[in-house]
Design a protein around this ligand. Structure first.
Ligand code: BTN
Length: 260
């Protein structure tokens, strides 16, 4: 992937990208490269780093992220929105933006809270969102985005854009679409339009509302019925005793009838 080509594609989508675009054939992890640049003082917000493959890709909660050639690995340093209410929505809205970008390629993904993208119940893309402080950059968020463009690295648990459409797209095209939508949705949050973003997220979410789920958060597993997502992006659960609990961050999975 060439940074100059990515800039050109972004320009043709109406975005003169406001920061450096760095493209590598191989990295340990695009997130690590981006953080290294923040620490070294050479990063500005909207810096984006891509790699054609990663040797130590990282998923959420200490998991690895399998990163063969053919998929998209992208990290971008998004500014922290000025409006406090908008801040917790950045991870959700990043997922929404990726889902919207994939629609341009004929791929209809659903969002599983907080920001996994699923097709037919299988994982198509994952997003991590980590706060970034220091390095002379104002408080920002490192968004790490992995999309299975051509390769499904996990068999039955996952899928790829190629499997869904029969078309093998170039990850650079997907990168341009993803960055365009991330920037547009982020602008909306910065303008304080939280509800439209949340409504759009809800409209693209998996259809598990009213069904039993398990949420792991802070080392604790909670089971209950998934009720919805509140105005701060937290998942609302109805516990077996009828109480409602909101979960700010964690991992959720649907509990299938007869399963565990
Ligand atoms: C998840 O679903 O667990 C989040 C996966 C995030 C993977 C991406 S790939 C680009 C960036 N670099 C990494 O090492 N991780 C993120």
């Amino acid at each position: 992937m060439s940074a100059a080509r990515l800039r050109e594609l972004l320009h043709s989508c109406g975005h003169d990208w406001p920061a450096e675009l760095a493209a590598f054939p191989v990295l340990d992890s695009t997130n690590d490269e981006l953080r290294e640049r923040v620490r070294g003082g050479s990063a500005s917000t909207w810096l984006a780093v891509t790699a054609e493959r990663q040797t130590a890709g990282r998923g959420r909660r200490g998991h690895g992220w399998s990163s063969p050639l053919g998929n998209l690995y992208l990290s971008v340093l998004a500014p922290m929105p000025a409006l406090p209410d908008a801040r917790p929505l950045v991870p959700l809205v990043a997922g929404l933006a990726v889902a919207e970008a994939l629609l341009e390629f004929g791929v209809e993904a659903r969002l599983k809270w907080p920001n996994d993208l699923l097709c037919g119940g299988r994982k198509l893309a994952g997003i991590s969102a980590e706060a970034s402080f220091g390095g002379g950059v104002p408080e920002a968020i490192v968004l790490g985005i992995g999309v299975n463009v051509r390769v499904n690295p996990l068999g039955d648990l996952a899928t790829s854009m190629l499997e869904r459409t029969g078309e093998g797209r170039d990850p650079i095209e997907v990168a341009a679409a993803v960055l365009t939508h991330v920037r547009d949705r982020h602008r909306e949050l910065e303008a304080g339009a939280c509800e439209p973003a949340l409504d759009a997220w809800r409209a693209r979410s998996v259809d598990w509302w009213g069904r039993p789920v398990e949420v792991t958060s802070g080392g604790q597993a909670l089971r209950g019925l998934a009720v919805g997502v509140d105005g701060g992006g937290a998942l609302i659960l109805e516990l077996p005793d009828g109480r409602r609990e909101t979960v700010l961050a964690g991992e959720a999975r649907e509990l299938r009838l007869g399963g565990s």
